[in-house]
Design a protein around this ligand. Structure first.
Ligand code: COA
Length: 361
């Protein structure tokens, strides 16, 4: 029996599966550095494409006897990396993970608000990795500089412009000057946002106002300031980041839900109004995006992250790269005839996450 147990211990078991081979390889290297032998099993193409089934996801295998230790090391790797620093989002890895042509946005200039962290950073890197020059705008210069450096490392221009989107004059000044400096403006991504959990009956007027002014007023200010440079650059694309609960509402997020619903309506109104000027206006609604301030504030803070993740039909939270891919699609010639659309990127959570059928026998 002892021999059988030994064989059991030696048996290789699955520790985790990944979307991309390089993620699995990164984890394998980390484990091997810690003295745990591990192997990656991937499909022959060596790269999983967007939209492919889970059956061919790269898998990381370890010996059964190492399973527990490997699990805790992997958790450590996850917290060391943090969502923002995930391998598939780093500038050098974007193109490997991307299904788009590297020159898709060659010669384009893009403005991303809140472009230094989380989803905004992911979007900025993806736009830059596909040829765009970037204007990064948000309140905190310290948040923008590291992302700008990553973009410059890709050989693209990145202007850093501290701005509070609630200040229409400053927004106007920044958008016009930066567009002049870079020779035009073709893509605008309204990503800057503010949110926190609060009971509506306890939410102060100041709290309501802060969120509505950042999300709804801020999006309007940026769109208004960008209109002329977009039109004068021969047309362009605006992508507004909304959220999955714009259609349903969400408890403890009345301020954010109302503001984002306003952004969706603004998106559609501007699509109708600015189409004749060659300006397309669309929205992307991410579900919960891992590693972001939003995920921390809204779900992780109340200890519900794994429960939320388990309810996503595609089995995981969204990642900045998932949202960035949708933005790139809408902003690029691939979306040339799409305007007024609301593209949900949530792994099916908003349509299938509320309940699940009993498991098949
Ligand atoms: N719960 C309840 N009220 C809150 C709050 C919270 N967690 N955080 C802020 N507020 C209230 C404040 O009390 C204040 O109200 P008052 O004027 O009635 O006192 C009001 O919101 C403004 O707060 P302040 O910190 O001065 O605002 P700000 O303009 O500096 O920041 C926020 C705006 C509140 C949205 C802030 O959380 C922020 O900067 N967020 C950016 C990042 C973010 O939210 N990311 C998640 C995106 S999903």
């Amino acid at each position: 029996m002892a021999g059988d147990e030994r064989r059991d211990e030696d048996e290789e078991v699955e520790l985790a599966s990944f979307d991309f081979v390089h993620e699995a390889e990164l984890a394998r290297g980390f484990l091997e550095d810690a003295g745990i032998p591990a192997g990656v099993v991937a499909d022959p193409a060596g790269q999983i494409q967007f939209g492919r089934g889970f059956s061919s996801r790269p898998r990381l295998l370890v010996r059964r006897e190492d399973l527990e230790e490997a699990r805790s090391l992997l958790r450590e790797l996850g917290s060391l990396e943090g969502g923002d620093a995930r391998a598939e989002d780093s500038s050098s890895e974007v193109l490997k993970a991307s299904p788009f042509r590297p020159d898709l946005l060659e010669g384009r200039v893009a403005l991303v608000t809140g472009g230094g962290t989380g989803i905004g950073r992911g979007i900025s890197l993806w736009l830059a990795a596909h040829g765009a020059d970037l204007i990064l705008a948000s309140r905190n210069r310290d948040h923008l500089e590291p992302a700008a450096e990553e973009i410059r490392a890709l050989g693209r221009t990145a202007l850093v412009r501290p701005v509070d989107v609630r200040d229409p004059e400053r927004v106007h000044e920044v958008v016009r000057e930066a567009a002049d400096e870079l020779g035009g403006l073709h893509i605008v991504v309204n990503n800057a946002a503010g949110n926190f959990l609060a009971r509506a009956e306890e939410l102060s007027v100041g709290g309501w106002r802060a969120v509505v002014e950042i999300v709804l007023d801020g999006t309007f200010h940026v769109c208004r300031a960008a209109f002329e440079p977009l039109r004068d650059s021969g047309g362009g694309a605006v992508v507004n980041i909304t959220t999955t609960y714009v259609e349903t509402g969400a408890a403890f997020m009345s301020h954010s839900g109302a503001a984002k619903a306003g952004v969706l309506n603004l998106t559609r109104s501007l699509a109708a109004e600015w189409g004749p000027h060659g300006i397309r206006v669309n929205a992307v609604a991410p579900g919960l995006v891992e590693g972001t301030e939003g995920a921390r504030r809204l779900v992780e803070s109340v200890g519900r992250l794994s429960e939320f993740e388990a309810s996503v039909p595609l089995g995981r939270l969204a990642r900045p790269a998932d949202v960035a891919g949708a933005v790139l699609f809408l902003a690029s010639p691939a979306g040339a005839h799409i305007s007024g659309a609301h593209l949900v990127v949530d792994g099916g959570e908003s349509v299938g996450g509320k309940f699940s059928l009993p498991e098949a026998d």
